[in-house]
Ligand binder design. Structure first.
Ligand code: ADP
Ligand code: F6P
Length: 319
């Protein structure tokens, strides 16, 4: 029976991470398990930057964005010798197991630690929704609502000036933020790495929109596809739409988490501790059709995320 657990947040931060830490801490304390917060992700695990939690430690954070434990990228953790040093730090306080809240990189670290004898459970904390086998990741819904707010505002000014506005959103290589936001805001076009990008096609579609009498247009595009300011210049030259490029940037990672993210984070935190209590490790917590389940990290990271819930088809039906 596990007696002492650590919890850390790692990689890009996401709104709702604090709610997940709170849930891990409370579940542990309610079960009589000692629980430590680890500052700065794997970096703090390696340097022994631990805080023992009591019931007061996670008060007033369920509604707060960012991560109060702080996050860090620590590539050195890929080195087995560095991981062994982290394990030695854990031993100094009797920490036997770990909950890792982060993205796929953080999951890799959790898997490697489990293989070295420390049971770890991953919780998907990333706005990108790019983790396979979970319908949603913590932070996605909040970032989505931030983008929707931005797009609604851009619609106002695009309409006033009869412009085409192209908005680049985050997602790394996953188009979920662009697709959901584009659908919610009636975008003229949604461009993602899944949909592919053909500049001529974009120009042709917008030309047709202009010819059909549309006075303004919104285009949402996932990052890492093209330079939106250059694309706006090309659209302007070819279509007659005066055009502007916008990059929304890191504001998508901040803000108070939505109710949906708080609920997801809270449920996932509870599940992670239950799995450790059952003696399990090398698993991640996933939301599968509303049920919170534990799945092997190795299998989850072993394949690409598949989105076949029909959302892409619905987008096309509404063009
Ligand atoms: P995310 O978790 O958001 O995908 P990163 O890819 O930056 O973010 O990973 C977060 C951290 O996880 C890294 O800085 C590193 O400490 C750890 N990590 C990533 N990949 C590995 C790996 N292959 N082995 C061990 N640790 C890793
Ligand atoms: O993983 C989340 C994410 O926000 C990606 O969408 C983006 O590409 C990346 O992090 C940016 O990370 P940073 O600027 O913090 O390195």
């Amino acid at each position: 029976m596990v007696k002492c657990i650590g919890v850390l947040t790692s990689g890009g931060d996401a709104p709702g991470m604090n709610a997940a830490v709170r849930a891990v801490a409370r579940t542990c304390l309610n079960k009589g398990i000692k629980v430590y917060g680890v500052k700065l992700g794997y970096k703090g695990l390696h340097s022994g930057d631990f805080i023992e939690f009591d019931r007061n430690s996670t008060r007033n954070i369920i509604n707060v964005g960012g991560t109060f434990l702080k996050s860090a990228r620590f590539p050195e953790f890929k080195d087995p010798a560095v991981r062994q040093e982290a394990i030695e730090q854990m031993k100094t306080v009797g920490m036997e197991a770990l909950v890792v809240i982060g993205g796929d990189g953080s999951y890799n670290g959790a898997l490697k630690l489990t293989e070295m004898g420390i049971n770890c459970i991953g919780i998907p904390g990333t706005i990108d929704n790019d983790i396979p086998d979970t319908d949603f990741t913590i932070g996605f819904d909040t970032a989505l609502n931030t983008i929707v707010d931005a797009l609604d505002k851009l619609r106002d000014t695009s309409s006033s000036h009869q412009r085409c506005t192209i908005l680049e959103v985050m997602g790394r290589y996953c188009g979920d933020l662009a697709v959901h936001a584009g659908l919610a805001c009636g975008a003229e076009m949604i461009i993602t790495s899944e949909s592919g990008f053909n500049e001529d096609e974009v120009v042709e579609t917008l030309k047709k929109s202009k010819a059909s009498g549309k006075e303004h247009a919104l285009v949402v595009i996932t990052e890492h596809i093209t330079d939106v300011n250059e694309l706006a210049k090309k659209v302007e030259a070819a279509t007659g739409f005066e055009s502007r490029g916008n990059v929304l940037g890191h504001m998508q990672r901040g803000g108070s988490p939505t109710a949906r993210d708080r609920v997801l984070a809270s449920r996932m935190g509870v599940k992670a501790v239950e799995l450790l209590e059952e003696g399990k490790g090398g698993l991640c917590v996933s939301d599968v059709k509303g049920e919170i389940v534990g799945l092997p990290i190795q299998e989850v990271l072993g394949h690409k995320r598949v989105i076949n819930n029909g959302i892409y088809e619905d987008v096309l039906k509404l063009r």
